[in-house]
Design a protein around this ligand. Structure first.
Ligand code: CP3
Length: 350
């Protein structure tokens, strides 16, 4: 039987407070993809395992790489080390990560291919992920927030349908237009799988979860409503039926002005924003009723120097006066120098 992590009665997790709407004098900081290839200690562990999924499913190692960026940078949050594609794996789809090529899946395009998948996610196959959460929570300083996550149904579906990453998600967009019924059933199955998966993450000890909708920005407004907004709203409601106070960060990357529709209809506690979006729009239309997270350009972090300082200052000037979590607008790039991360943190924390 898995142990359930205990939250000490008195402990201040600043990121959780921000999700509750509080303004912090210095915003909590973490980075998307903070455990990864830009860290030599990650690369050392990665070289020792055969496949990327083996790393995700070995709790001792997954917990270790989750903790590495916390030890090095003292971030305010740790994010569970795993991947959004463990869900298709636990639905019975073949998922592999070829070195340097990204994920490869057996494509699901036809109704027959969808029917070959499991109706319900195999939570037993995901048990190592829940054990990783328990291990991380035990090792983590009490004031550090632990984040779980899943991919949003639309983004996960883009990989399930194409079988690999694509520049424009055309295979999934085409399927949604040509065979709307089958595509809707695929999204429904992912909604149910995500609910079950996130409930177990909360039971294992995460403080909040982030729903990554990396490819939300390629959809026409009606499609965005149907495939991004509605599924996210169902996931939040479904999880809160079992975990009433479950905290959520939604990240519909690239949503632009459609972000206001997302926050109107999805009761997330915080919203992640990329670096392309208008900051004034986010401040007045979004941060007025939700915590905001982001929005430093990962490329300016790679560039470093005075450009980085100026970009950090601009993000802080826009958002630090309200409930705000400092982060990048997308994942850190593997070639980013560690000294640039240190410089960013020093600038944010003063
Ligand atoms: O530190 C963290 O953020 C936690 C771990 C994490 C990973 N992937 C580890 C990973 C998280 C939260 C993800 C999310 C994820 N995975 C997303 C959504 C966020 C985003 O970045 O857009 C997506 C679209 C995926 C799918 C995925 N996983 C792709 C397209 C790739 C290949 C591209 C790449 O970056 O290599 C992965 C592999 C992956 N996931 C790696 C890591 C550290 C690199 C694999 C390796 O180390 O061999």
């Amino acid at each position: 039987m898995r142990k359930v992590a205990q939250t000490p009665a008195r402990c201040t997790r600043t990121l959780v407070e921000v999700l509750d709407g509080q303004v912090q004098p210095i915003p909590p900081v973490w980075m998307m993809r903070q455990a990864g290839r830009y860290l030599p200690e990650y690369r050392r562990i990665r070289e020792g395992v055969s496949g990327f999924l083996d790393l995700c499913f070995t709790p001792k190692l997954a917990a270790e790489v989750t903790l590495q960026p916390i030890r090095r940078f003292d971030f305010d949050a740790a994010i569970l080390f795993s991947d959004i594609l463990v869900v298709p794996h636990a639905l019975g789809q073949t998922v592999t990560f070829a070195a340097g090529e990204g994920p490869q899946l057996s494509p699901v395009v036809t109704a027959a291919e969808l029917e070959r998948l499991r109706q319900e996610v195999d939570l037993a196959a995901l048990e190592p992920v829940f054990e990783t959460i328990v291990r991380v929570r035990e090792a983590l300083p009490p004031e550090v927030t632990l984040l779980g996550f899943c991919g949003a149904p639309w983004t996960v579906a883009t990989y399930m349908v194409a079988g690999h990453g694509t520049p424009d998600q055309a295979p999934a967009r085409l399927m949604a237009y040509r065979d709307t019924g089958t595509f809707a059933r695929l999204i429904d199955r992912l909604v149910e799988a995500s609910i079950a998966y996130l409930i177990e993450q909360f039971r294992a000890g995460v403080d909040a979860v982030q729903v990554f909708d990396t490819w939300a920005g390629v959809l026409a407004p009606e499609e965005f409503e149907r495939w991004c907004v509605a599924p996210a709203a169902r996931i939040v409601a479904g999880v809160r039926e079992q975990v009433p106070d479950a905290k959520f960060i939604g990240f519909p990357r690239g949503a632009g002005s459609l972000l206001s529709r997302y926050v109107d209809r999805v009761p997330v506690d915080g919203v992640g924003v990329d670096w392309m979006i208008d900051r004034e729009f986010v401040r007045t239309r979004i941060q007025s009723h939700r915590a905001v997270q982001g929005n430093l350009d990962p490329l300016v972090l790679l560039a470093g120097g005075e450009a980085l300082d100026a970009a950090v200052d601009a993000v802080m000037a826009a958002f630090a006066g309200g409930p705000f979590i400092f982060n990048l607008g997308h994942g850190i790039l593997p070639e980013t120098p560690i000294v640039h991360v240190e410089r960013m943190l020093a600038r944010v924390r003063g």
